[in-house]
Design a protein around this ligand. Structure first.
Ligand SMILES: Nc1ncnc2c1ncn2[C@@H]1O[C@H](COP(=O)(O)OP(=O)(O)OP(=O)(O)O)[C@@H](O)[C@H]1O
Length: 341
């Protein structure tokens, strides 16, 4: 449905040209929730802003539903923008208008007659769960409620695509989850394609089907979310995954254990889906003369299934430890020795 080909954006700055997005290629299917993750300055905002003409690419093309939106201007661009809604980190609401007034605004701009607007606004308020708050002003709303208004406003003209620019970054964890659940609900109900940018792997893990990892203007890795969890290739991807799979205290625990047991090896095991980690560890201890200490474990749920990590410390003589790692590898467990000696 969406085809991004060789998209590049170079900004002219006082000192030298700055390449914010550097020859990026990918496609997005209709109805997909597609995440783009990267640290600050990676080029995510610039990339997403090219989807609705807020930035013009220096090179490359971008087609949405077979329509090339790269170089359109004026009326054509305004019409194309109606097909693409956008929500923002800081909501960008009109402070002098009520909830109803904010949601109605894009309909007024599009010239929808008043008689039709009322019904449409009521439906949108219901869709995002803001019944009873229709007459409140943004200053009277919580962050989560403000973003619900942002979502309703973005959906007012029945867009095919919703762009989310760090839409949950200003919200607390509980409100973030509620807004993410709402996005999934809307994606299911309306078949809407959602493209979101974030620096939080939690957001990707919770709702995205696929993810692209962006670094210095380039897409360095792109895959279904569960595959990325299972086989991250790039160092930066591993760091993002660590945000959700590794409890913060893991490093301290590992350091402590290395001091306590200087001879062992510490391994990070990855389990996908229903692989029963308990049974594998039990068999490992029975079959090989090694001792296993379980340090930390966590299971994360993604849209495509569960992903678990377990940190263990293996003690024994070196050949038995090697045999233990072999055993784990043969049992469809991802094994990464994180540190030894
Ligand atoms: N209008 C502009 N003029 C000059 N440079 C810009 C402009 N907009 C963005 N940049 C630069 O392009 C690079 C990418 O910025 P961008 O905002 O796209 O990154 P980002 O990944 O979204 O980060 P953040 O989350 O901090 O916004 C940065 O080095 C930024 O300073």
């Amino acid at each position: 449905m969406i085809n991004v080909q060789n998209i590049t954006k170079v900004f002219t700055t006082k000192s030298e040209p700055l390449t914010a997005v550097n020859h990026v290629n990918f496609t997005i299917d209709e109805g997909e929730i597609f995440g783009i993750i990267g640290y600050s300055g990676a080029g995510k905002s610039t990339l997403i802003r090219m989807f609705n003409g807020l930035e013009t690419p220096t090179e490359g093309s971008l087609t949405i539903a077979d329509k090339d939106i790269t170089n359109i201007r004026g009326k054509e661009l305004r019409l194309a923008r109606r097909e693409i809604g956008m929500i923002f980190q800081h909501f960008n609401l009109l402070w002098s208008r009520t909830v109803r007034g904010n949601i109605s605004f894009p309909l007024e701009i599009a010239g929808v007659p008043k008689a039709l607007r009322g019904k449409r606004v009521e439906n949108l308020i219901k869709l995002v769960g803001l019944e009873g708050r229709e007459d409140a002003y943004p200053s009277q709303l919580s962050g989560g409620q403000k973003q619900r208004v942002g979502i309703a406003r973005a959906l007012a003209n029945n867009p095919k695509v919703l762009l989310c620019d760090e839409a949950t970054s200003a919200l607390d964890p509980q409100t973030t989850d509620a807004i993410l659940d709402l996005l999934v609900d809307i994606n299911r109900k309306l078949g809407l394609t959602i493209i979101l940018i974030t620096h939080e792997m939690h957001v990707i893990r919770k709702i995205c089907h696929r993810v692209a990892v962006m670094d210095s203007g380039k897409i360095v890795e792109i895959a279904p979310v569960l595959d990325i969890f299972r086989h991250p290739k790039e160092e930066i991807t591993k760091r993002f995954i660590g945000q959700v799979t590794e409890p913060e205290e893991t490093k301290e625990t590992i350091d402590h254990l290395l001091e306590k047991y200087p001879d062992g090896k510490i391994a990070k095991l990855s389990f996908i889906g229903d692989v029963a980690e308990q049974a594998i560890i039990t068999r490992l201890i029975r079959e090989l003369p090694v001792t296993v200490n379980i340090l930390q474990g966590k299971v994360s749920q993604t849209r495509n299934g569960a992903y678990g990590t377990l940190f263990i410390h293996i003690e024994g003589n070196p050949s038995d430890i090697e045999a233990a790692i072999d055993f784990l590898n043969k049992n469809q467990v991802g094994v990464e020795v994180v540190q030894n000696d």
